[in-house]
Write a protein that binds this ligand. Sequence first.
Ligand code: CP
Length: 330
Amino acid sequence: MNSVFRGRDFITLDEWTKEEIDTLLEVSKDLKRDFAMNKPTPYLPYQTVFLMFFEQSTRTRNSMEAGITQLGGHAHFLDTSTMQVSHGEVAKDTAVILSRMGHAIACRNCFWGIGNAYLRDMAKHSAVPILNLQDDLYHPMQGLADLMTIQEKRGGNLKNLKVSIIWAYATTHKKPISVPLTQSLLFPRYGMDVTLAYPEGYDLPEWVIEKAKKYADHTGGSFRITHDQEEAYKDADVVIPKNWGSWVKNPSTDVVDAGLEANKGWKCTADRFALADRDCMYMHALPADRKNEVEDCVIDGPNSIIYDEAENRLHTAKAVMALTMGGRGR
Ligand code: CP
């Protein structure tokens, strides 16, 4: 295993080996225990992480800001509408300059066809790690917290755990595909039996499906697609019903369209949730579109682990920063 994490970009978990992800999880658990014990963890004294946000955030921003403070450093929150990038400054110039002033650049840019390319462009020119706070393809901070939460509830060996990633109706905004995409690429690496369920038109890219199936073949898990939501709920150990936009088939930025409205029935109801295993866990990265994506009795019910999942965003973000930051130049 490569034990040199310092200076590494964190853009997709797909570029981290399973052993490296396991180390991230172990450090996350240590940091969570220390936080509960009120034990100081000043691993990054006087270090600066820049947080560039092209979009809104509650969990990601606050897990990073609180996290770096708890590690002894400081975050600069940068609303990109107030930065010169809004006047056309290129990624190279922003990355070179911020990396001369601090120790990591974290960025959320979910614009379809732009976000991941923007982060990659910054990574090419930055002297410090680029940390992905969600782009159009990946949300590795969320994926790591999801995995940590599932392990906390079900133990370290997740082989053949039945996890269903299920599309759900929502009207709040045209959500990125980065959460289901990240989960589809990550969970099969841990041997889970993953079902991806969605109505016609809400496909993930073909290369993601091919890769997910390859991972599943390698670990003895499985990865399958269905367009029948009841089938996805049946006997599941974990369900993750969540909206994502039809970016792959229809890159228009319209939030509500005929395709969306035709699938209003894709909702996590009590009746559908009852099809799952009696101990099935309900997960959601949040924010949830309550009453559209899910009925309150499920999201607020005894099997919902959404708040543990959201809390783990703090501990996993701290692990990512503690391992990748700490030096300048790479
Ligand atoms: N899950 C997640 O990334 O939440 P925010 O959009 O609030 O950061």
